[in-house]
Design a protein around this ligand. Structure first.
Ligand code: GLY
Ligand code: MN
Ligand code: MN
Length: 449
């Protein structure tokens, strides 16, 4: 008989127990008694009364699935139930947060306050005994007496361990991925129906059930040459004519956790650019398969240069061997970003370079400044694998000026330039055994063939 899957409620309870244990160690290291975390505040535009979209303090949402609650505070004291000071303002201008509800409520002692400044009376009396993790604007009390101090030892410990997701967090990431994948399918349909970048973006948001303020980052929706801009977020209102290619890098959120997915399509699926997409896709799958315990993520990045240079060589864009393209820096003109990053509560999750739970830094290899993760892979880590090849005028000019132009067949560059570029990005869990590809597992059609 198989054992039933643990319920979401029990996963969450276990998640809190893990955070409690991490917190006890972190506080002990710092010689402090309490962890105190403000959820954050609203920020206002300069000389204006318009607020920016609220973003919850990630230290806060690590504990609670609350993303729309500025002005609340969490207090964690080892050996005691955590306490939530929950701001529910009296305000007839805005919809205020509902009374606390959900499975999480039973794990906290909850005090409801009506004004932000009432929080202080419910926090530990002696702020000097607290690790207060937050932004300066969260300070409370006269002259900001109760203010975030972000002790390095506490931040290092908590952030280092946040790379290892709990089973609860993996469940949240699966859900965020499912939502994003559904929206990616809608975006592809809109592209094939001839929609503009803006139209595709709206189709994506509609299918995700999320808009700009809820999505974990601004959608990258790029038609034709726009795909050569790594973070293209312009959303053109008119579809170009003809439409040749479509790159979409877009995610979704669930309970504070992010998905980050990229796909690239050719309008004409019989064209050579489609074959290049297929080649990058095959290389990307092989890279995903290397997300395993003990593997050096930096190695995956460095080998990706070789694999992508191999694709460019096969398609006649490079005239030199992949090895020579990598050694001479030519591959970096076509693949000018890192292979990926850790993902979780933040799209680019924290502590990508942290050497140990007490800090330290694992540097990026020389010549690869944009890599965001240098830690060795271990079970529980969730990373993106996002190789790309692009035809970026600026970098190609630099290549020529550096006297490396002979490595490239420029007629072949001209043939592919109108398509912009290719990126394929999945979110992959490192386990004790084979990797779990969250993205491919959620894709509506089985494209594993
Ligand atoms: N969406 C940004 C990234 O892929 O890292
Ligand atoms: Mn990414
Ligand atoms: Mn992305």
């Amino acid at each position: 008989m198989s054992t039933p899957a643990p319920s979401a409620a029990s996963l969450y309870a276990d998640h809190l127990a893990t955070l409690q244990a991490r917190t006890a160690t972190a506080l002990e290291r710092a010689g402090l008694d309490h962890l105190v975390i403000p959820s954050g505040t609203l920020h206002y535009q300069v000389f204006d009364d318009r607020d920016y979209p609220y973003a919850a303090n990630p230290q806060f949402k690590a504990w609670l699935p609350l993303n729309r609650n500025p002005g609340s505070w969490l207090v964690v004291t080892p050996g005691a139930r955590p306490k939530l000071v929950y701001l529910q303002p009296r305000d007839y201008w805005h919809v205020v947060p509902e009374a606390p509800s959900g499975d999480w409520v039973e794990h906290f002692d909850i005090v409801v306050i009506r004004k932000p400044e009432e929080a202080q009376q419910h926090l530990p009396k002696n702020a000097a005994r607290c690790a207060i993790l937050g932004e300066p604007q969260s300070a409370l009390g006269q002259y900001g007496a109760y203010k975030p101090n972000n002790p390095q030892a506490v931040v290092d410990h908590l952030e280092f361990h946040r790379a290892y997701k709990t089973p609860y967090e993996l469940a949240m990431l699966r859900e965020a991925t499912r939502r994003a994948v559904r929206a990616h399918a809608a975006a592809e349909r809109a592209f094939r129906a001839g929609a503009s970048e803006f139209g595709i973006h709206l189709a994506y948001c509609q299918a995700a059930g999320q808009d700009a303020n809820e999505l974990p980052y601004g959608n990258i929706v790029a038609l034709n040459e726009h795909a050569a801009v790594l973070h293209y977020t312009e959303l053109g209102r008119l579809a170009p004519d003809p439409v040749r290619s479509f790159l979409i890098d877009a995610g979704a959120s669930h309970a504070g956790y992010a998905a980050d997915i990229t796909r690239t399509y050719a309008a004409d699926t019989a064209c050579e650019f489609q074959s290049m997409i297929d080649a990058v896709d095959a290389a990307q799958r092989a890279m995903c398969d290397r997300v395993r315990d003990g593997v050096d993520y930096v190695r995956i990045h460095l080998d990706a240069h070789l694999a992508l240079a191999g694709v460019l060589r096969d398609f006649g864009v490079l005239r030199v061997s992949p090895e020579e393209a990598v050694e001479t820096g030519v591959s970096a003109a076509f693949f000018p970003h890192g292979i990926g990053h850790s993902i979780g509560l933040q799209v680019h999750d924290v502590a990508g370079f942290t050497a140990s739970e007490t800090g330290g830094r694992i540097a990026t290899p020389a010549g690869h400044p944009f890599l965001r993760l240098t830690r060795p892979l271990a079970p529980g880590m969730v990373v993106t694998i996002e190789p790309g090849v692009y035809f970026i005028d600026m970098l190609l000019e630099d290549l020529r000026e550096a006297g490396k132009g002979d490595a490239v067949d420029w007629d072949r560059v001209e043939a592919f330039r109108p398509y912009g570029g290719i990126r394929i990005e999945d979110n992959v869990v490192c386990t004790d055994g084979a990797p779990e590809n969250l993205t491919r597992d959620a894709w509506p059609v089985d494209d594993a063939a």
